[in-house]
Ligand binder design. Structure first.
Ligand SMILES: [Zn+2]
Length: 126
């Protein structure tokens, strides 16, 4: 279980599944995210954290994605901040990175799903 009071810059609510309200985030992932946030030194808006398998972004996938394991987050960020954040994520050991940097709603996806058999390193765009 996560003790959300351990994280000065994050709240449980911002990682709750937007479909079900469930939250099964993994401590080892949020620990890394907090380390990234501390070094970044600026707000990191979490646009998606935990997702139940019934979440619209997950329910049509053939196999559950990283967000359903509680070891993934999407961060709303763009431009130079996005480049800096990607560098910091890599520095802190994140080896699975998704990039959405076109149009509106730009974000970076970070996950540690290599612990669940997902390929690593991995880099993709949306
Ligand atoms: Zn994601």
């Amino acid at each position: 279980m996560i003790n959300w009071a351990d994280y000065p810059n994050f709240t449980k609510a911002e990682f709750d599944c937007k479909e079900t309200g469930k939250n099964e985030m993994q401590k080892r992932f949020v620990d890394v995210l907090q380390a990234i946030r501390t070094e970044f030194g600026k707000p990191m808006a979490i646009s998606s954290g935990y997702r139940d398998q019934s979440h619209p972004a997950e329910r049509n996938k053939s196999t559950p994605g990283a967000h359903t394991y509680g070891c993934a987050a999407d961060v709303a960020v763009s431009g130079g901040d996005a480049q800096h954040l990607m560098y910091l994520a890599y520095k802190h050991g994140i080896r699975r990175i998704g990039v959405s940097q076109k149009g509106s709603g730009r974000f970076l996806h970070f996950d540690m799903a290599e612990h669940h058999g997902f390929p690593s390193p991995a880099l993709w765009s949306y």
